[in-house]
Design a protein around this ligand. Structure first.
Ligand code: FAD
Ligand code: 2HG
Ligand code: ZN
Length: 487
């Protein structure tokens, strides 16, 4: 899954010995888990997409911040490289070792610490599964401020570390706003306590923001405080089809105008995405009789009054229809219809993996030009086995461009037809080559397509300051030439 091949092992890093394993065992004590058998390690070495595979000989699963601190300070001393891992659902190869890095998994750190029903502030450890947190909050009249297709296995620490966006960003904003406090263990084992639960705190630089989206290169997030909104009691989901991408954008405008304060998601799929989901995900049904329109949209509202929200959605749909924008549309009549609509949208990622090899891109682009990238890519990549699909968070200006090849294997000619074209195209429009998935291993060398030299230089300096030996998630995020020597 890497155009330039895997970066060579940096031999400044020590190799794990029996004594190291023994130390980890003692540091974990009775509660933690240590995995050293080949079979058990497979899940830690291989990424969700099956594009990246490392060769670690040990995965350490601590239960407390103190244990994380012990393990890191030891690794730093020994110059052992470490890759932090949450639910391992990341899509850019950031969460698995490149070579023999120690995996530090947060999966055994899944305690919910407290929840305040007045302020809506949740405190928890970083290994809590997103869906488990949402279920816990649902029982208390609240909701997580983010939602994504990987919710059943991704962890909140992984979400924070990738600054995951997802399908409700339009409504609740990014984690840069929802995270109120963080606890982070630095590379040398020091615990940096930024764990506050305040809405407002303007005392100097907001250091926690550095770790949100740092993809495990600056520290290990162990605990956090999150602001969680009240759970909406009325959720209306509609699924629409239309004739062109400009019509998608026109419908988005009308959605903002007519649904305003209750709008909670505006997603789009092209026909190729819909067809892929329907072909490969058993149990998912097409919400519309129409399967031939080129574009589909999912529009969701979340509010507190069913009658009010339903009226608004009906008015919106009437407006869309009278403007001649609608080919077909359905408003979910119950939760099972609504969840089927969501499964169509969220099922595309898994359906693509089932179809064969996937080349995955995640870009932010000016809305008016967004879909032209998909069309140009289609012209560049003809052939029976290739399917170019475009979908994503249109309400956030975020396109998911995927090139699927039913022939199953990475092919150099396909990769070369895509890269660097896709990155150059994005740069020309001042877009971002990673809207929400991060850079990981896949795009570490590509950062300059979206960031100026001065920014890359400062990032290298921040890395050097917080992780002087460079043990945390090496080969990821930053390009080789700005990473300091260390060790
Ligand atoms: P991992 O994959 O384990 O790790 C991701 C990165 O964070 C790695 O670099 C890792 O080293 C680092 N990391 C993990 N935990 C910590 C920690 N505690 N401290 C420091 N660093 C850490 N992403 C979106 O943004 N929006 C989506 O809508 C979305 N949908 C998805 C749907 C599917 C089906 C799948 C498979 C993935 C999707 N993703 C999406 C990508 C992925 O789920 C998110 O990036 C998620 O936030 C990763 O969480 P995780 O716990 O699996 O982290
Ligand atoms: C989504 O929005 C995820 O479904 C995954 O971010 C996108 O698979 C993708 O390209
Ligand atoms: Zn997404």
């Amino acid at each position: 899954g890497l155009s330039g091949g895997r970066p060579p092992r940096d031999d400044k890093f020590a190799r794990v010995t029996q004594e190291d394993v023994q130390y980890f065992r003692e540091a974990l004590g009775a509660g933690g888990r240590l995995v050293t058998d080949r079979e058990g390690l497979q899940a830690f070495n291989r990424d969700w997409l099956g594009n990246f595979e490392g060769a670690t000989s040990v995965a350490v699963c601590p239960t407390s911040t103190q244990q994380v601190s012990k393990v890191l300070s030891y690794c730093n001393e020994r110059c052992l490289a470490v890759v932090p891992q949450g639910g391992n659902t990341g899509l850019v190869g950031g969460s698995v070792p490149v070579h023999d890095e120690v995996v530090l998994s947060t999966s055994a750190m899944d305690n919910i610490i407290s929840f305040d029903e007045v302020s809506g502030i949740l405190n928890c450890q970083s290994g809590c599964i997103l869906q488990a947190l949402d279920t816990y909050l649902a029982e208390r009249g609240h909701t997580m401020p983010l939602d994504l297709g990987a919710k059943g296995s991704c962890q909140i620490g992984g979400n924070v570390s990738t600054n995951a966006g997802g399908v409700r960003l339009l409504r609740y904003g990014s984690l840069h706003g929802s995270v109120l406090g963080l606890e982070v263990v630095l590379a040398n084992g020091e615990v940096l306590d930024l764990w506050q639960s305040l809405r407002k705190d303007n005392t100097g630089y907001d250091l926690k923001q550095l770790f949100i989206g740092a993809e495990g290169t600056l520290g290990i997030v162990t605990g956090m405080s999150l602001l969680c909104p009240a759970r909406p009691t009325s959720v209306q989901v509609s699924f629409l089809s239309c004739k062109s991408f400009p019509d998608v954008l026109h419908i988005f405008r009308l959605a903002k105008q007519h649904l305003g304060e209750v709008l909670s998601a505006v997603e789009f799929l092209d026909r190729e995405s819909l067809v892929t989901a329907l072909e490969h995900m058993p149990g998912i049904r097409n919400p519309l009789p129409d399967g031939t329109s080129p574009f589909y949209m999912l529009v969701e509202t979340s509010g507190s009054s069913e009658t009010h929200d339903k009226n608004k959605v009906e008015e919106f749909l009437a407006e869309v229809m009278s403007a001649g924008l609608l080919v077909d549309g359905a408003l979910a009549q119950d939760t099972s219809q609504a969840s089927n609509m969501w499964r169509v949208r969220e099922g595309v990622t898994e359906a693509l993996v089932r179809r064969g090899k996937v080349y995955k891109y995640d870009v932010s682009l000016p809305l008016a030009e967004m879909y032209a990238l998909v069309e140009e890519m289609r012209e560049r990549l003809p052939g029976d086995s290739i399917r170019v699909v475009g979908y994503g968070h249109v309400g956030d200006g975020n396109l998911h461009l995927n090139i699927s090849d039913a022939r199953g294997k990475e092919r150099q000619e396909v990769r070369e037809a895509i890269e660097p074209f896709v990155y150059e195209w994005t740069r020309e429009r001042r877009g971002s080559i990673s809207a929400e998935h991060g850079l990981g291993l896949m795009k570490a060398e590509c950062i300059r397509y979206s960031k100026p030299e001065a920014a890359v230089r400062i990032m290298g300096a921040v890395k050097k300051m917080l992780d002087p030996k460079g043990i945390l998630n090496p080969y990821k995020v930053l390009p080789r030439d700005v990473v300091h020597e260390g060790c």
